[in-house]
Design a protein around this ligand. Structure first.
Ligand SMILES: Cc1cc2nc3c(=O)[nH]c(=O)nc-3n(C[C@H](O)[C@H](O)[C@H](O)COP(=O)(O)O)c2cc1C
Ligand code: SF4
Length: 466
């Protein structure tokens, strides 16, 4: 069996507006129509590049269709695979895509809520079952990868009173700032309790004069560790420990039977934070671009060494929500978007990455994803040589059978994603992810598994027409 090692890197494109922030006139939001869909007949689909096999290192995808990682919030609170996880991935596998990537899975053995974990050997049996469920449901046709991720600590946004009573590390500089802001020198000698209770009741403008930028961020958004917090021993040691932690996780993935791993190097997570231009660590792992890519490359090399040379690398390409800023916006844009719209907007970058990879003499396959939901879009990407494989996350969530329907010449039956991100809102609220197009359908059908609040079905109805 061949093993695949892939990278998920999401470089921010220019512009972008999210959360109501419109940067300039050309970024003004427009509601975009879905692209017109023309569905091929079965014989045209049979000739399409989209449905031709592709060799990826030592493994082969039966077709160039790909379901990217999507966290469904269905693991146990201690990170084990559940029956709901098995059913979820099996349901995607029934549509027989070339590959499925299992959701972002934590590489460490630390609590992280109902997200899958792979930070200890005890997680391997559950993951092995997951591999078996996908093999069974796809008749062995779908290759299965797992995305592995590290993240630093984030805390929920605190109550103002709690923050000042317990979390603020009160120092003399706060007293001096308070005295100067209120023009009342007596604050420089005030006791802790009175300073804390005064600040808890104070207006935002005053608080902004007393707290430093980091303290304000903690108050307004919740505490968040940074890779530059090298005064914390566990942050300082990251370059020494992460390569092994990732490598061990990848070894477990291999033991569980996955066809490969995808390294999560995007968004607000640890590896992307090392890549960030804001990373100014002074220990040789920050500052210049060469130093910032150092740890991500060392992790990659350690994983490669742990899993062997028969891996390949295809894709480069109310806690604080990780999909923030431009990389968040570019990741899952909705129909309410800037002038460039949400459909295939990352393709110029993907094509540039593919060109750079190929120009260096590598045949490493590159996956394109982002707003692709019609046959012509997908086939066009491959025909124009912009990527080697086409991924569709939300369209596959809306209709896990869509690739199969297109292949069988029954594209007219595809349930089309509307790109309005109801699913992303559920993800953001850490609720079990479903799609608005099917989660209230036939709720009374016998045997329908429901979400914890009982209001939604967890899986789309079967496609009876197969
Ligand atoms: C509910 C949901 C969960 C997601 N979880 C992940 C994840 O765990 N890891 C990741 O790299 N991307 C995640 N994504 C992003 C998708 O993999 C994909 O890149 C993005 O949705 C753009 O593709 P699309 O337009 O085909 O949906 C998620 C997307 C959605 C909608
Ligand atoms: S919830 Fe909306 S954006 Fe998400 S998959 Fe369904 S239709 Fe698409």
């Amino acid at each position: 069996m061949g093993w695949l090692l892939s990278l998920n890197v999401r470089p921010a494109l220019t512009g972008g507006a999210r959360g109501g922030v419109v940067k300039n006139e050309s970024d003004a939001l427009v509601c975009h129509e879905l692209p017109q869909a023309r569905w091929p007949a079965r014989d045209e689909a049979a000739r399409a590049l989209l449905f031709q096999p592709l060799r990826v290192g030592a493994t082969t995808l039966e077709q160039r269709t790909w379901v990217p990682a999507m966290v469904p919030w269905r693991a146990t609170d201690d990170g084990f695979v559940t029956r709901e996880n098995l059913d979820w991935y099996a349901r995607f596998a029934e549509g027989r895509p070339g590959a499925i990537v299992v959701e972002a899975t934590g590489v460490r053995d630390i609590p992280s809520g109902p997200l899958l974990r792979i930070g200890h050997d005890r997680f391997v049996p559950g993951l092995r079952e997951l591999v078996a469920a996908v093999r069974r449901a796809s008749g062995g046709r779908t290759r299965l990868f797992i995305q592995i991720i590290d993240f630093l600590s984030v805390k929920r946004r605190p109550e103002k009173s709690k923050y000042f009573a317990r979390f603020l590390n009160l120092e003399d500089r706060h007293r001096r700032a308070l005295a100067s802001a209120t023009r009342d020198e007596s604050w420089t000698k005030a006791g802790d309790a009175s300073v804390r209770s005064f600040l808890a009741e104070a207006a935002d403008e005053l608080i902004e004069k007393v707290l430093d930028a980091r303290e304000l961020e903690t108050l307004q958004k919740g505490y968040r560790e940074r890779v530059t917090d090298t005064h914390l021993a566990h942050v300082e040691e990251l370059p020494r420990v992460l390569p092994r932690i990732f490598a061990d996780a990848a070894r477990r993935a291999r033991e569980a039977g996955f066809d490969g791993v995808e390294l999560h190097y995007a968004h607000a997570y640890t590896m992307a934070s090392f890549l960030s231009a804001l990373n100014d660590r002074a220990d040789g792992y920050g500052g210049t671009r060469e130093m910032r890519v150092r740890l991500p490359l060392e992790v990659f090399a350690a994983v490669r060494a742990a899993v062997g040379a028969d891996y390949t690398q295809p894709k480069v390409g109310a806690a604080v929500y990780p999909y923030t800023g431009e990389s968040g916006y570019e990741c899952m844009p909705t129909v309410l978007s800037d002038a460039r719209g949400p459909f295939g907007r990352s393709l110029p970058l993907v094509a540039a990455i593919k060109r750079a990879v190929n120009d260096e003499g590598f045949a490493t396959p590159v996956v394109a994803a982002g707003g692709i939901s019609t046959f012509d879009q997908a086939e066009g990407v491959l025909r124009r040589g912009e990527a080697d494989i086409v991924g569709a996350a939300r369209q596959s969530l809306a209709d896990p059978d869509w690739f199969l329907k297109v292949k069988l010449g029954r594209g007219g039956e595809v349930r089309r994603c509307t790109y309005t991100n109801y699913c992303e809102a559920l993800d953001q609220a850490h609720k079990q992810v479903t799609c608005k197009l099917w989660d209230r359908a036939a709720l009374d059908e016998p045997g329908v598994e429901r979400s914890s609040d009982g209001r939604r079905r967890l899986l789309p109805p079967k496609w009876e027409g197969k």
